[in-house]
Write a protein that binds this ligand. Structure first.
Ligand SMILES: NC(=O)c1ccc[n+]([C@@H]2O[C@H](COP(=O)([O-])OP(=O)(O)OC[C@H]3O[C@@H](n4cnc5c(N)ncnc54)[C@H](OP(=O)(O)O)[C@@H]3O)[C@@H](O)[C@H]2O)c1
Length: 330
């Protein structure tokens, strides 16, 4: 049966402008890092992507190395495009990245022009696309001159492989430098993708101010600390959860009693606000004016529905914010 999207998909989603650009992103975006690889069940991956689109999530985030095995999330997504989403390509913002180890030898990692351009060509082939909407440099490269990496991003846009470019995991000073170079080349940096959640707050130390000044948007990855900022680990590590899987990036050692104690208190606060902890954690990230979107992951359709429910309660009183600070400081 042909996929027909929900006709009311644009009614309740919020779309936020990315920095000083023409592009708006959904306040909740879906990332395909875990649960969309060759080791996962295709029907579940497909169901999640289609449910996301039905809920107004127009932005799907990938990278060359997502899987496992690396590259397989882009292949899975390519199959979903081919089967279902090709007619809706102009309603979608698809991103990919290069910057981490992808293939053997000196050209399959970091930030050279050689790596970025050939990696994106491989990504486009895997996804069956002519272009991506956003292409990111995935992490700063201490050895390649920043000019070369930024020139490669500019070339990628001018050659039609991407519409916009972004950077990920760049500290504030390197972000400012990269932004200057990109502006001088005529391809401004659209967006920065940093890790940000109640448990990971480095961006508050200068990056968010830099983004505001430079007119760059922000999309926060792992806003639920990979599932820790939900109620799922309160009674132990459930079978099938990310922390239970050998290839999951959340390790049982990350789930400490100290964290669980905070999660328990945050969970009670969220309940008193009439929302789930996941929703409160996402709303808390979205409270910054510069925050364009929260980039969630999911293993089930219900988690995506829970995340979209965040939009029903985004406000925080000064008192609620103080309570959260007190809990986080422990
Ligand atoms: N730029 C970078 O360097 C970088 C790095 C990492 C990630 N990313 C991007 O960010 C995206 C999101 O990262 P993430 O997956 O770590 O984000 P996350 O939203 O912090 O964690 C997602 C995981 O939390 C659990 N979860 C989600 N909603 C839940 C709910 N309502 N109740 C209980 N558990 C819930 C699920 O894990 P279970 O499997 O346990 O159900 C889900 O897979 C990635 O897909 C990728 O696109 C970028």
């Amino acid at each position: 049966m042909n996929y027909l999207p929900n006709e009311s998909r644009y009614v309740s989603m919020q779309y936020r402008r990315s920095g000083r650009s023409g592009l708006k992103l959904p306040a909740v975006s879906l990332g395909l890092w875990h649960n969309f690889g060759g080791v996962d069940t295709f029907s579940n991956s497909r169901e999640m992507v289609l449910r996301a689109f039905d809920l107004g999530i127009t932005h799907l985030d990938l990278a060359n190395n997502y899987g496992p095995p690396p590259g397989s999330a882009e292949e899975t997504f390519g199959q979903i495009i081919e089967k279902d989403l090709r007619p809706f390509r102009d309603e979608l913002i698809i991103s990919s990245k290069a910057g981490y180890t992808m293939w053997d030898g000196p050209y399959g990692d970091w930030g050279s022009r050689k790596y970025l351009v050939s990696s994106l060509d491989q990504s486009l082939k895997r996804m069956g696309l002519d272009y991506v909407d956003i292409f990111y440099h995935h992490r700063p490269d201490p050895e390649t001159p920043l000019e070369e990496t930024m020139q490669a991003l500019d070339f990628i846009v001018r050659s039609g492989r991407a519409l916009y470019v972004g950077i990920s995991n760049y500290p504030a000073d390197k972000t400012r430098e990269a932004s200057k170079i990109l502006k001088s080349l005529g391809t401004p940096c659209l967006i920065h993708q940093p890790k940000y959640s109640m448990f990971e707050r480095w961006v508050e130390d200068g990056l968010l101010d830099t983004l505001k000044e430079e007119g760059i948007g922000c999309i926060a990855f792992s806003p639920l600390a990979q599932g820790l900022l939900t109620d799922k680990y309160l009674g132990g590590i459930p079978e099938g959860s990310r922390a239970s899987k050998a290839h999951g990036f959340l390790k049982p050692a990350n789930i400490t009693d100290e964290k669980l104690d905070k999660v328990r208190k945050l969970n009670a606060l969220a309940q008193s606000r009439g929302q789930t902890l996941a929703q409160m954690a996402l709303a808390w990230v979205l409270r910054h004016e510069v925050m364009t979107s929260v980039l969630i992951g999911a293993s089930k359709v219900e988690q995506i529905e829970d995340a979209v429910g965040t939009l029903q309660r985004l406000d925080f009183s000064a008192d609620a914010l103080r309570k959260i600070e007190t809990i986080l400081k422990g």
